[in-house]
Design a protein around this ligand. Sequence first.
Ligand code: SAM
Length: 674
Amino acid sequence: MPPAKDPLPPLAGLPRAHLDWRPDDGGDDAPHSSEFDDVYFSRHDGRAETEHVFLEANRLPERFRAWWEARPFVIGETGFGTGLNMLCAWACFDAHAPDSARLHLVSTELYPLGRQDLVRALTAWPDLADRAAALLAQWPEPVRGVHRLWLDDRVILDLHFGDTTERLERLDGAVDAWFLDGFAPSKNPEMWQPELFAAMAARSRPGATFATFTCAGVVKRGLKAAGFAWRKVPGFGRKREMLAGEIATPPADQRRRSTPWFTPPAARPARRVAVIGAGLAGCTVAAALARRGVAVTLIDREGPGAGASGNALGALYVKLAAETNRQSRSYLAGLLYTRRWLEALDPDHELWSPCGVLQLATAEREARRQTRFLANHPLPASVVRQVDAAEASRLAGLALPHGGLDYPLAGWVRPAALCDHLAASDGVSAYRDEVQELAPTPDGWRLTLAGEHGDTAFEADQVVIAAATASNGFAQTTALPLQPVRGQISRLALPDGTPAPRRVVCAGGYAMPPRDGALTFGASFTPNDTDATTREADHVANLEELERTLPGYLAALVEAGADVSPGALDGRAAVRAASPDKSPYAGPVPDADAWRRDYAALAKDATRVPDLPGRHHAGLWISAAHGSRGLASAPLTAELLASRICDEPLPLEAPLVDHLHPGRRLIRDLMRGG
Ligand code: SAM
């Protein structure tokens, strides 16, 4: 049977906005949409209009002043455009909110502006220049999906690229104040549909407010039908009236009615969180939580980057399926996030290199698969493009007999150094010890330790398990299947002046650009092998794979004086953890016994879904099974967990959040009568 079609919209690039620039009332240059024949804002009074229509009518200055919650204040916007509204909201937040407060901005956009247009539009506001620079530095590729940007240490912007209604229906998060923007209903009737207002209502916090520049009947009717109360208030400038209002009791989220097991657990305090495991998964979660002001204790029996994340060099790349599936969607989102995150974390590229990755098609079958992939995924060339052998050779700086896919945004990372860097983040206390047992307490969790650090017990509000293959070694996690996969990389000393790849080049294995005078390549892949000692046989296999990827390269190395015999290589072996479907586990830990009881009926008839939300071990989370792709998955899944723990909107659409849910296998087995 062919796989069921993924009902999500295509994983594709989006068209750029087409702008023309017209003089406004004051004679200044103002952005105008050629698609919609409407203005983004008036350069003459756009700023004052934003403040009147969106900030004042949502009472933001006074609400920001009173924002003492641990969770961030959330603004949702329909139509990001030039970002003027959001930058003004950020400035207003900085002017009024207490230091402890955080702001989370969520905005949709179907036609993202090109960078040059964005620069031109935002130069109109010199006092917003620093904020505009933070936005421009991270302005995402025009790819459908969620793009998370940290604008500063207390302000997050999630750009949901795609159609507003479709995006809000998939938003996992709830909004305190809406900026109901978008071109005028007469110019953009497709957007102002009943489904839009219903999606806004379903993603509102109780008491959420809204404000919009328009008074059109379709908007008033739509808002009312969705449960919003509206009133007319004085409009800005020549507009006599506009609408503002609120929704007292938003409708319950119906989205997980057919999959109630994925209903997220209720938020609970997270002042102090323990993270078990200091590989990439644990270190990224620890840093993401600490950035939100959580006190994090990071515990690992061997210290940061000891396991599979301890390699000196690792490839940041993804292999995407020819037919779109949720795993590919999650990995591409992960790659784009990791890239943005690394650029902000380490702009000097000490810990990574954006050198690009070539995925060669060394056989006809793979070439056909790549062609099918591109036909199914019309992504921007800046994300992935097909190159012939000549172009691949030029990019790699080596003669290559095959073309393939080029991922210009990918590259290499120093995972061990990255783990050390993250473990040293402000707010993270890292220490060596072994967690032997977890027990719930009335307020959180009690961790029993081996005592290598002194203490034999430790208490935390919440716990994240990120311990690779050891992750299912706790009483609460035994039901989560994890497979050990041994992997060994090889390193070969390069004599001075030897040619070497400038990009990461991969086919079956991969070869990296040289570092510290050595070529790193690999990695072997041996499921169910837990031995972490290096083996000559794996070096032999890695050399064979290198010859298949870069035919003739080994001979060239020998000619240059390199010793390529397996005995001359050094390397490192480690054991990674994989899930049965090869996607990571990132989410709350299901109470497996409760699931087996609550959902037992599914074994007889998988369509009879009990109306019971999934029960979880409250305050217990997992990030594991990142396999050999942790560089692409861990930073984004860390944000996913930190956002869930801190009661914020999530950086992935709900179907992908569910795809990563640690209980997915359990429910599948229950449905199959297991
Ligand atoms: N808020 C913006 C600002 O601060 O610059 C101005 C928004 S502009 C008036 C309207 C925006 O809505 C445009 O960027 C347009 O591309 C976007 N838009 C229109 N229809 C949309 C839809 N169905 N889904 C998402 N965005 C849409």
